[in-house]
Structures are given as structure tokens and as C-alpha cells.
Write a protein that binds this ligand. Structure first.
Ligand code: HEM
Ligand SMILES: *[C@@H]1O[C@H](CO)[C@@H](O)[C@H](O)[C@H]1NC(C)=O
Ligand SMILES: *[C@@H]1O[C@H](CO)[C@@H](O)[C@H](O)[C@H]1NC(C)=O
Ligand SMILES: *[C@@H]1O[C@H](CO)[C@@H](O)[C@H](O)[C@H]1NC(C)=O
Ligand SMILES: *[C@@H]1O[C@H](CO)[C@@H](O)[C@H](O)[C@H]1NC(C)=O
Length: 526
């Protein structure tokens, strides 16, 4: 009995009125929210895609947008409503608002404002697994990290990236692919991921990693550096999604935990080894430059130096480089499907390097078609499909709707804004024929502000030039000596070009957008 003398009837009335009050409160909150966004058209669902739960749920009409919605729908929901900013209102556990943005001017306002539109750090907490870092921070903390990290991404390092990439591909030709006129790769990422990791090994850590499986596990370790690096990036999502106390539950989780522990051990050792060392002319790798910048009294005179945990945290962010691997895989698929573009790339490379010599970093500006293919792959398959921000104040954006009428969009403080990268990249206002693979669009004049694979403004990817350099070098090296096609498989013998295209370009977004299954065949040019 709750209170003696309280009748069942009174109890029922109490519970009933609490529920009614709650419902009234909910309706008032909802009305306030809808008013604050001025009833901007958009999605209405029970769960929000910006919460952890909502981001994991598959698409369920009225319930959840589904984790891939931004990628799956691209610009269509915007076209349908005739607006380049649409809302997403969700109801559980309370009314919450989000705005998806595919308008160039609004995006410029957001990414170039320092205080008004910050990152929602709660969405980044998991990225701090190995320590505080540049990706998962804001304000003064970010400034300290950025100063040291941005120093490391120098022109010197870009040269090293180019050099390391050409070396990695030459070694691939001379070891794993030697003596074969035809090489079958069952999933393109099985090729592009090691390439990316070997390049980061050399240009990031000054360590040469070989295609041959000959590395010896050093004393005090259970994995080679190569395996720690290779698998960490592969199993990152486990580390991000599974709580620490559950990491012992399955073999896969325990393996992921071992990889992260091993990586932390390697990085700690590398920091110890290089404590107090002077940067030499031939140390251009990110890790050495980052440590040197942190030790530079002139650079860090007003700031507190980064401690070991922060150094490791920031180095760790440099390893999340699946993004390059995935975009290169898509670039290979597109070239395999569109053989005329592949031929054009080959002819372009031959014109720039008629004697077949190995290209250098100084050739990169001339190898514009390689860069254009990489950019077009990034436009069509942006690895990061949503870039979240928070609005710190009540503000407005002005957009032009489909009928050419100017509209004011009200942005209340506290609302989440999502830069909808695929919607922007497929917005016909900025890209002619957005669904068509046309690398040439990046040769002439193109709308820089409508290209957002690396985000933009102050928080633009610091690895942008690194990635562009690696991307252009890989494509140039591979296509100067090989052709690529989609592997013929008996079970797909009768499919049309469109069916084949849909099959091999199928992608899903877990942490970043990745091809689901992309079997390729490389043939040596004779
Ligand atoms: C094609 C390859 C890549 C793509 C598409 C890409 C994309 C992005 C995007 C969208 C952001 C902003 C994330 C956000 O706002 O939360 C970002 C930030 C960042 N990226 Fe990349 N990235 C790529 C390669 C790389 C590489 C190779 C490195 C390092 C070696 C790197 C290091 C970083 C860092 C440190 C940041 C944080 C910058 C800051 O917050 O100031 N990225 N990247
Ligand atoms: C554009 O004009 C059409 C026809 O008048 C109208 O039906 C539609 O709602 C308008 N779109 C917007 C976004 O105002
Ligand atoms: C490029 O790599 C080669 C072979 O490792 C090396 O001899 C050369 O000095 C490197 N060049 C630069 C600019 O780093
Ligand atoms: C490093 O600095 C951070 C603050 O940025 C602090 O939380 C952490 O405890 C420090 N770690 C060590 C090992 O001193
Ligand atoms: C933003 O607008 C809401 C309602 O329109 C108001 O209650 C709130 O005080 C405003 N916030 C600021 C910082 O002006």
C-alpha cells in the first residue's frame, strides 16, 4: 500500500493526471520547437539520427531515418521539398530538432564561424580512446593541438607522401605482383587499405613496411607494428562502439583490445625513443615533426606542451585513414566501369611521362587527370557523409528555394546542424549531371564551396593535401602499368551494365562510407 487510506480510484486519478501533464508538456515542447524552426519542412520520426541509438537503427518508416539515409537519399529529400535546408524533428525521449544543410552559403557561414557553430563534442567522445586529440576537441584545447599537428603536415611531408607512395606501389609490382600478367583482387579494399597503411607507416612514422610477410615480432610485443596498424584501422568501429567492460566478451573484441594496447605500446616506445631529439633534415615524417613542434620553445612559448597521452591521442587520429583507402577503391571501380575514362587517364599519364619514368612530387600539378579522378570519386562517394555542428545562438540563414524565392530559415540556439555532404555533392544547382562520373569537371572551373569531402573552414581536414597527394600518386602509378576491370563471375553473367554498376558501387556507411564488395582484375599493359 502506498499511503494507507489512499483509494485505488485516487491513485488512478493521480497516475492519469501525471500522464496527461506529461503529454501536455510534450505537446508544448514540440510546438515550441516547431515554432522555433518556423515549421521548416522535413523528416518527422520517433528516434533522432543524432543520438547513438538513432544512428545505429536501420531505416524504419516513422521510427528512424536509418544510419545510411544521408548517403542513400542524397539530394532527393531536398529536391522533393524545393529547399536546400530541411529539418528533422524527432520525439523520443523528448522533441529534438536537427537541420540538414545542402546550401553553399549556409555551409560557408557555418564552417567559417569560430564560436557560433562548434562541434557537438558528445558525438566525438568515443574518439578519445587513446587520449585527447584535435578531432574531438574545441576552443583552446583544439588550438593547442592544432598548432602542433598542423605544423607536421608541411610541404616537406607532402613530398615524402608522394615518394613513399610511389615506393609502395613499385614494391607491390616487384614483390606481390611480380611475374603475373593478371592479378585478381577479390575486394578492392584488400589492396587499397595496405597501400594506405604502408604510406602512413613511412610518411607518418618513418617506418618502412613491406608487402612481404617477413616482419619479426619485437620483444615485449604480441603483434608486429604492421599488424597493429593494419587491424586497428579495420577494427576501430569495435573500439568505438563497444564499451570498455565488454571488450573481453568475444574473441573479436579481445583481438581488437589487444591491437589497441599494442598500438599504444608502440607509440609510447616511439615517443620515448625520440625524447629530446633534434629534427634532422631527412626526418619529414608526421610523428617526428609533431614531436619537434611540441619541443619547439618558440612555437610553444605561450602554451603548455602536449603530454604523452595527448601526443598519442593526436598521433592516433592520423591513423584513421580508411578514408583514403575507400575513396581509392571507389575510384578504381569507376575507372573499371567507365573504360573510356580509364583510357583517357592512361593517355594523360603517357603525355606527362612519355619516357615512362617514375613521377615525382613536382609532376603532381601536371598529372591533373589523376587528381580529377580522385576528386570525382570523393564527390560521388564522400567517405564522411555527415559533419555535425551545434548552433550556439538564435540565428538565421537565407536560402533561395526552387522557385527562386528568398526564404529565411530560423536557427534556434542548441539545435544540431548537419552538413549533408552527399546532398551537397549531388545538388544539381552546383553540379551538372551530378549522378554521372565526369572527372573532367575538376579540370576546368568548379565550385570549390560545393565540394566538402574534407569538411571546410577552420576545422577542415588537416590531412587533405596528404590524401590528395597519395590519391594522385596511387592512380598514376597503377594506371601507368596496369588496366583494371570488374572481375567476371559466373553468378553475374547475365547482368546489364546498370545492374553491374549498382552491384559493385554498392556502399554502406559505418564509420565512413565503404564499398560492400568490389572484385577487380588488374592486367599488365604490354
Ligand atoms: C580521403 C581522405 C580523407 C577524408 C575524406 C577526410 C575527411 C575529413 C573530414 C570530413 C574531417 C572533419 C571531421 C569533423 O568535422 O568531424 C576531417 C578532419 C581531420 N582529418 Fe581527415 N580525411 C581524410 C584523410 C585524412 C588523413 C590521411 C589524415 C591524417 C594523416 C587526416 C587527419 C584529419 C585530422 C587530424 C582531422 C581533424 C582536423 C581538426 O579538427 O582540426 N585525414 N577529415
Ligand atoms: C514552388 O512553386 C510551386 C508552384 O507554384 C508550389 O507548388 C511549390 O510549393 C513551391 N515550392 C516552394 C518550396 O515554395
Ligand atoms: C625518395 O625515395 C628514395 C628511395 O627511398 C630516396 O632515395 C630519395 O632520397 C627520396 N626522395 C625524397 C625527396 O625524399
Ligand atoms: C595530459 O593532459 C590532459 C589534459 O589535456 C590530462 O587530462 C591528462 O591527465 C594528462 N595526462 C598525463 C599522463 O599527464
Ligand atoms: C532564443 O530564442 C528563444 C525563443 O525564441 C528565447 O527564449 C531565447 O532566450 C533566445 N536565446 C538567446 C541567446 O537570445
Amino acid at each position: 500500500m502506498i499511503v494507507s487510506g489512499l483509494s485505488l480510484k485516487t491513485f488512478a486519478i493521480l497516475v492519469g493526471s501525471a500522464a496527461v501533464l506529461r503529454a501536455v508538456e510534450f505537446c508544448l515542447d514540440l510546438r515550441r520547437l516547431l515554432r522555433s524552426i518556423n515549421y521548416l519542412p522535413g523528416y518527422r520520426t520517433v528516434f533522432s539520427s543524432t543520438t547513438v541509438l538513432g544512428s545505429l537503427l536501420p531505416r524504419m518508416p516513422l521510427l528512424a531515418l536509418g544510419r545510411d539515409h544521408s548517403w542513400r537519399l542524397k539530394h532527393a529529400p531536398f529536391a522533393e521539398r524545393g529547399l536546400d535546408i530541411i529539418s528533422a524533428v524527432s520525439f523520443w525521449p523528448k522533441p529534438m530538432g536537427n537541420m540538414f544543410i545542402a546550401d553553399v552559403q549556409a555551409i560557408k557561414d557555418i564552417v567559417w564561424s569560430r564560436g557560433l557553430f562548434q562541434k557537438p563534442l558528445s558525438q566525438y567522445a568515443a574518439l578519445k580512446v587513446l587520449g585527447g586529440n584535435i578531432v574531438a576537441s574545441e576552443g583552446d584545447e583544439w588550438k593547442r593541438y592544432h598548432k602542433v599537428v598542423a605544423r607536421a603536415f608541411s610541404e616537406r611531408n607532402n613530398r615524402l607522401v608522394w615518394n613513399a607512395t610511389t615506393q609502395v606501389i613499385l614494391e607491390l609490382f616487384d614483390t606481390a605482383w611480380i611475374g603475373k600478367d593478371e592479378v585478381v583482387v577479390d575486394h578492392a579494399v584488400d589492396l587499397t587499405l595496405p597501400i594506405g597503411l604502408f604510406v602512413i607507416g613511412a610518411a607518418g612514422f618513418g617506418r618502412h613496411i613491406s608487402w612481404k610477410d617477413d616482419a619479426v615480432i619485437p620483444p615485449g610485443h604480441q603483434l608486429t607494428f604492421k599488424d597493429a596498424l593494419l587491424t586497428t584501422s579495420h577494427d576501430l568501429f569495435i573500439k568505438l562502439l563497444v564499451p570498455r567492460w565488454a571488450m573481453g566478451f568475444t574473441k573479436r573484441f579481445r583481438r581488437a583490445r589487444l591491437e589497441f594496447d599494442e598500438l599504444r605500446r608502440y607509440l609510447t616506445e616511439m615517443i620515448q625513443e625520440r625524447k629530446g631529439f633534434q629534427l634532422k633534415e631527412d626526418d619529414k615524417d608526421l610523428f617526428s615533426s609533431l614531436l619537434a613542434a611540441n619541443d619547439d620553445e618558440n612555437l610553444m612559448k605561450d602554451e603548455v606542451k602536449l603530454n604523452d597521452s595527448e601526443l598519442i591521442g593526436n598521433m592516433f587520429t592520423l591513423m584513421i585513414d580508411e578514408t583514403i583507402a575507400h575513396s581509392l577503391a571507389f575510384a578504381l571501380a569507376l575507372l573499371a566501369l567507365y573504360t573510356d575514362k580509364q583510357e583517357e587517364l592512361y593517355q594523360h599519364i603517357k603525355r606527362v611521362l612519355p619516357d615512362g619514368r617514375i613521377p615525382t612530387y613536382d609532376d603532381m600539378p601536371s598529372l591533373s587527370y589523376s587528381s580529377a579522378v580522385f576528386n570525382e570519386a570523393l564527390r560521388m562517394f564522400p567517405p564522411v557523409t555527415n559533419v555535425p555542428k551545434l548552433s550556439a545562438e538564435n540565428t538565421t540563414f537565407t536560402i533561395t528555394d526552387v522557385n527562386g524565392t528568398q526564404k529565411t530559415v530560423s536557427v534556434p540556439e542548441g539545435i544540431t546542424l548537419t552538413l549533408a555532404v552527399p546532398a551537397l555533392h549531388y545538388n544539381p544547382k552546383y553540379w551538372e549531371d551530378p549522378h554521372t562520373f565526369k572527372p573532367e569537371r575538376f579540370l576546368g572551373d568548379w565550385n570549390r564551396d560545393a565540394f566538402l569531402p574534407f569538411s571546410g573552414g577552420y576545422r577542415v581536414c588537416v590531412g587533405r593535401k596528404f590524401s590528395e597527394t597519395e590519391g594522385a600518386a596511387v592512380l598514376t602509378m597503377l594506371f601507368s602499368q596496369y588496366t583494371v576491370s570488374i572481375k567476371d563471375e559466373p553468378q553475374f553473367a547475365g547482368e546489364s551494365f546498370e545492374q553491374r554498376k549498382a552491384r559493385v558501387l554498392d556502399a554502406k556507411s559505418i564509420l565512413t562510407l565503404a564499398p560492400t564488395r568490389l572484385p577487380l582484375v588488374f592486367r599488365r599493359r604490354t
